[in-house]
Design a binder for this molecule. Sequence first.
Ligand SMILES: Cc1cc2nc3c(=O)[nH]c(=O)nc-3n(C[C@H](O)[C@H](O)[C@H](O)COP(=O)(O)OP(=O)(O)OC[C@H]3O[C@@H](n4cnc5c(N)ncnc54)[C@H](O)[C@@H]3O)c2cc1C
Ligand code: FES
Length: 262
Amino acid sequence: MIQAKRQITLNESLGADIYRLSIQAPEIAATAQAGQFIMVKTGVGFDPLLRRPFSIHQTEGDEIQILFKRLGKGTTLLSKLAAGQQLDILGPLGNAFTLQEGPCCLIGGGMGVAPLLFLAQTMRSRGITPHILLGARNKAELMAFLPAFQALDGSLRYATDDGSMGQRGFIIEALPALLAEDNKAKWQVYSCGPYPMMRAVAAICQHKWPCQVSMETMMACGISACLGCTITARNTNRKGGKYLHVCQDGPVFAAEQIEWKS
Ligand SMILES: Cc1cc2nc3c(=O)[nH]c(=O)nc-3n(C[C@H](O)[C@H](O)[C@H](O)COP(=O)(O)OP(=O)(O)OC[C@H]3O[C@@H](n4cnc5c(N)ncnc54)[C@H](O)[C@@H]3O)c2cc1C
Ligand code: FES
């Protein structure tokens, strides 16, 4: 893990308030695994005080890339940075997805698709062709990230909430049909997206198909020092605790580790 200022090599708007930002970070690019994230200092001085977490979207040579949506102060500042400027980053942090035998389904919604590109690329490099399901609010949001997945040349299905592109509705609706196509196979399901989507994915997979989810919480430190990122575990751990730190125990968990809230 490093904490350093590194040069931005690209910051491009993809539409729908979504940006792709590349950073020259050879130490992170060399070791990062799909599912891990970095903490980024988005401003100058103490405003905003806290770093913001972003999944590693992909690595290329000495560079790492994040895909982010402009939401509040931190991401607005990030969107204004240009190639050549320095960015203070900390990473790689957290655990990674674990690749398992069997046909794989990657299902992501909104900015949750960010770590799934890196995961899909990792799978392709090991000769695995994943089935990818992507969901977005509308065509503009989908088109911000779809081309990168289309370049993978695999099985890809997508949906938009408003039906402006692909199937209308939530992409989760396509999951049971895909898994039923090979009902006897030991599907491995990997998911990242809004909490209700991952909860629904976990419910569909329950008892039948192993499922890994990448959780998103608010994070203040990213290094297990502030306790700000806890979620409730289904079972108590060896020390009798019932909490998981998303930044250190995760962000990737087996779906059955989590006490899903309704
Ligand atoms: C492990 C991890 C990986 C992430 N990866 C990505 C990524 O690849 N791309 C991406 O766009 N975002 C990602 N996020 C979310 C990202 O960190 C937040 O969008 C960002 O911190 C918002 O900062 P801000 O200063 O712009 O917004 P703030 O001013 O802090 O907040 C603006 C609004 O965004 C909401 N918000 C802030 N943080 C989160 C969060 N973590 N989850 C949901 N809503 C939030 C706030 O409630 C508020 O409504 C990730 C979060 C985690 C924990
Ligand atoms: S973000 Fe501080 S403990 Fe996880």
